[in-house]
Design a protein around this ligand. Structure first.
Ligand code: HEM
Length: 349
């Protein structure tokens, strides 16, 4: 090849590349036009510098400007925020399979590696099996009844801990930069992934120890008739590997502790600020339970005022106001707007 023909080929390749980029940008532009409206944001950072500490409040104010389905760029991530029951229905009822996957946070990817668990597993046979175990064996009526005495004991401990902490008050707000700039996620810039991995390794060891002790107890003929025994029997009868249960138990511990304690703290805070309603709740507790014992689960149907307090607390202060973000596995349409594959979809409950 002569110098001139080489130069010509290079010029043609460069021109083709420029045309390709221009076409790509145009196509992308067209696709963007089908996206729901939303704030423009800054190059590279998107709207990240403007977000409020209370993300759901910020999204509520944007929804009043852009409508119940709006798009927003946070870092390099395209997010769609949904604030109407009708649009949420389109996602969770009409297109539940396409939207079944959660967005796996950068920190969770650090401890999960190639393995997965109920909360982050992609929709498929493994997820279905983990979910069946959680719903049938752990959260089902029999499973819940089997551990009622344990729950009662834990409630006693929690009340004691609340009493001890009554004078303390602190808030922690941890956001991971890596969730908005996936390119830097492997570097774990804030060390949250490493911290979470250490915590999960500790929890793994703790649960392994429980499994180990129970295996030995079962081998010596002990019977417990509880959730753990059901799970161990499933493993022994050739069911899933024990690690599937460990990850399920980890999820349930994670999913149930912070949510419940946040709700209790808010209920208490609201009642402390409203002495009339606090008195009403006390009156009902005195009438139904009396002063000589703790509340039992069987009292709940009679505690109608307290149940209303709980519902109102969850309405005013949902512990996970944006739920766990979902990620469509195919290009979808919600309220007539395009939601491309991989978008982070948040429901502002
Ligand atoms: C006030 C209490 C609670 C609130 C507000 C709450 C809220 C939530 C939310 C918003 C999700 C994500 C749903 C989604 O976007 O797909 C979730 C998932 C989950 N929660 Fe709860 N939760 C609470 C208590 C509990 C408790 C007590 C348990 C277990 C004993 C539990 C177990 C789970 C599990 C296993 C998942 C994952 C389900 C899946 O991905 O299929 N939660 N919860």
């Amino acid at each position: 090849m002569t110098y001139d023909s080489g130069k010509e080929a290079f010029t043609v390749a460069l021109a083709a590349f420029i045309v390709f980029i221009a076409l790509f940008q145009r196509l992308k532009g067209k696709d963007r036009r089908r996206l729901s409206p939303g704030p423009r944001g800054l190059p590279l950072l998107g709207s990240l510098p403007f977000v409020d500490r209370n993300l759901h409040h910020y999204f509520t104010s944007l929804a009043s400007k852009f409508g119940p389905v709006f798009s927003i760029r946070l870092g390099s991530k395209l997010c769609v925020v949904v604030s109407s029951p009708a649009a949420a229905g389109e996602i969770f009822r009409d297109q539940d399979v396409a939207f079944a996957n959660h967005v796996v946070p950068a920190a969770a990817r650090f401890y999960l590696g190639n393995s997965t668990d109920l909360l982050w597993a992609p929709y498929g046979p493994l997820w279905r099996m983990l979910r069946k175990i959680a719903v049938r064996e752990i959260l089902g009526v029999t499973g819940m009844k089997a551990v009622e005495p344990l729950r009662r004991e834990e409630i006693r401990r929690m009340v004691a801990a609340l009493e001890a902490q009554a004078t303390e008050g602190s808030a922690v707000n941890v956001r991971n930069v890596a969730d908005f700039f996936p390119a830097v996620a492997p570097l774990d810039p804030q060390g949250l992934g490493r911290r979470l991995r250490r915590l999960m390794e500790w929890l793994d060891g703790y649960l392994d120890g429980i499994f180990e002790r129970r295996r030995a107890a079962m081998a010596s003929g002990e019977k417990h008739s509880d959730v753990l025994e059901v799970l161990m029997e499933l493993v022994q009868s050739g069911g899933p590997h024990e690690s599937a249960f460990t990850s399920n138990l980890q999820d349930i511990i994670g999913a149930s502790t912070d949510t419940t304690s946040t709700a209790v703290e808010w209920a208490m805070a609201e009642l402390l600020c409203d002495q009339e309603r606090m008195k009403e709740a006390h009156r009902e507790l005195d009438a139904v339970v009396g002063k000589d014992r703790f509340v039992r689960e069987s009292d709940i149907p009679q505690l109608r005022y307290l149940s209303a307090v709980v519902k109102e607390t969850l309405r005013l202060h949902p512990p996970i106001p944006l739920l766990v973000p979902h990620r469509p596995t195919s290009d979808c349409t919600v309220a007539g707007f395009s939601v491309p594959t991989g978008t982070t979809v948040m429901i502002n409950a």
